[in-house]
Design a protein around this ligand. Structure first.
Ligand code: C2E
Ligand code: MG
Ligand code: MG
Ligand code: MG
Length: 282
């Protein structure tokens, strides 16, 4: 039922609940109450500057502590949350909670990190997103250039002009904007060109192919060149081995995120990890 993955134990619904309507209904009912019952939590995964070895950022990743099933990964409930619209209040909660964690990190004496938060296309397109963001930033006094919002290139597919407008609004507030899982979607190049992205997160499929086939490194190099040409920061996702680290460093990648440095950690563990390591992995 549940599988051990390091210190994270995930319960997979699909293992004993078949992919039935009943299953979806149960999950939707559970999700509706999860927010008010405080069953969501945020994990954080560090991001490290390759040339200094210093932790420069963290990505907030939601988890659902289900009262019966245990820890549930987002792949199991984000799609249903999007279908039902629950993603909007959930996304508000994620943003507010992550900002308040960051404020505590500062009070603990941590160096300011760039905090990355994932956005679903539904949230972006729900209306009033930029106003809501501006309000939260003003209320909390959060420095906008320490926040990075991640959207996938799918955002451009739905686009009727609104997505672009929201992305521009986010940039006008001084918040960074990342294209997540870059290279896996359809509209990669046109989205890059049209949207005001500051950061490219290279999908881990490109990193996992390092050392596997000759062609992969050619593609990787081209992507890094593209980011450089467009003056975008690069974060390489899913770095798991020393070999991958070394190749990426040689290719001039800026920042990495992956199990080699650390898995996503519960917030208290994340704090200990950062405070205990002036530098990491380098
Ligand atoms: P993502 O934004 O691309 O996040 C990175 C995912 O890769 C995370 O999975 C992380 O645990 C995993 N990962 C990091 N390093 C490695 C590695 O070295 N190897 C491997 N195999 N995996 C690695 P996670 O936490 O299960 O999240 C999955 C996706 O769920 C995220 O992909 C994101 O699209 C979505 N998600 C997570 N939190 C939120 C949220 O608060 N809001 C929204 N809208 N989506 C979220
Ligand atoms: Mg992400
Ligand atoms: Mg990603
Ligand atoms: Mg992803």
């Amino acid at each position: 039922v549940s599988k051990q993955a390091g210190r994270n134990t995930y319960s997979r619904f699909s293992a004993e609940w078949n992919e039935s309507n009943e299953h979806s209904l149960n999950v939707v009912n559970g999700l509706r109450h999860a927010l008010e019952r405080g069953e969501f939590l945020l994990y954080y995964q560090p991001q490290v500057n390759m040339s200094t070895g210093v932790i420069v950022g963290a990505e907030a990743l939601i988890r659902w502590m289900h009262p019966v099933r245990g820890m549930v990964a987002p792949g199991e409930f984000i799609p249903l949350s999007e279908e039902t619209g629950l993603i909007v209040p959930m996304g508000d909660w994620v943003l507010r909670t992550a900002l308040s964690h960051w404020q505590r990190w500062r009070s603990l004496g941590m160096q300011d990190l760039v905090l990355s938060v994932n956005l679903s296309p539904k949230q972006v397109l729900a209306g009033g997103f930029v106003e809501k963001l501006a309000e939260v930033l003003a209320e909390t006094g959060f420095p906008p250039d320490k926040l990075c919002l991640e959207v996938t290139e799918g955002i451009a597919i739905h686009d009727n002009g609104l997505a672009l407008e929201v992305c521009r609004g986010v940039r006008e507030l001084g918040v960074h904007l990342a294209i997540d899982d870059f290279g896996t979607g359809y509209s990669s190049l046109s989205a890059l060109h049209r949207f005001p992205f500051t950061t490219m997160k290279l999908d881990r499929s490109f990193i996992s192919s390092i050392g596997q086939q000759d062609q992969s490194e050619t593609v990787l190099k081209a992507m890094l060149g593209l980011a450089r040409g467009l003056h975008m920061d690069v974060v390489c996702e899913g770095v798991e081995s020393r070999e991958q680290w070394n190749r990426l460093q040689a290719l001039g990648c800026g920042v990495v995120q992956g199990y080699l440095v650390s898995r996503p950690l519960p917030v208290a563990e994340f704090e200990r990890f950062v405070l205990g390591s002036g530098t990491a992995a380098g």
